[in-house]
Design a protein around this ligand. Structure first.
Ligand SMILES: [Zn+2]
Length: 115
């Protein structure tokens, strides 16, 4: 597989920033050793007699409006706040994602919903 690299001389600044943000985000997750984090969560959940609910990695937690459930098509990582005109909601990306993740986890826990 051949990786494409951004040429800073020909890439617009907006795209360079988005690419750098994506790379930085991926590196942060890799540095955190995601597998070890999941293993620790499973261990702690078992220790305390709790249920660990995991969501599909493609669950649109950031792109889903936590007010009405609409999912926007694209939401680049550099967009930290967004509005959904149809329901008049304003969202902080991370807070919106946390609301959606909590709602999904509760739906799975209470109703056995499949996501
Ligand atoms: Zn909405």
């Amino acid at each position: 597989m051949v990786k494409k690299r951004c040429d800073p001389a020909t890439t617009p600044a907006r795209l360079r920033n988005a690419h750098q943000e994506t790379t930085k985000h991926a590196r942060a997750i890799s540095d955190a050793n995601w597998g070890e984090l999941v293993r620790q969560l499973e261990y702690k959940a078992d220790w305390y007699g709790r249920e660990l609910i995991t969501l599909d990695r493609y669950f649109p937690s950031s792109k889903r409006c936590s007010n009405c459930g609409h999912v926007v098509e694209k939401l680049p990582l550099n967009i930290r706040e967004w509005d959904y005109q149809e329901c008049g909601s304003h969202h902080d990306r991370d807070i919106n994602a946390s609301i959606n993740i909590l709602a999904a986890g509760l739906a799975v826990s209470a109703c056995g919903a499949r996501l």
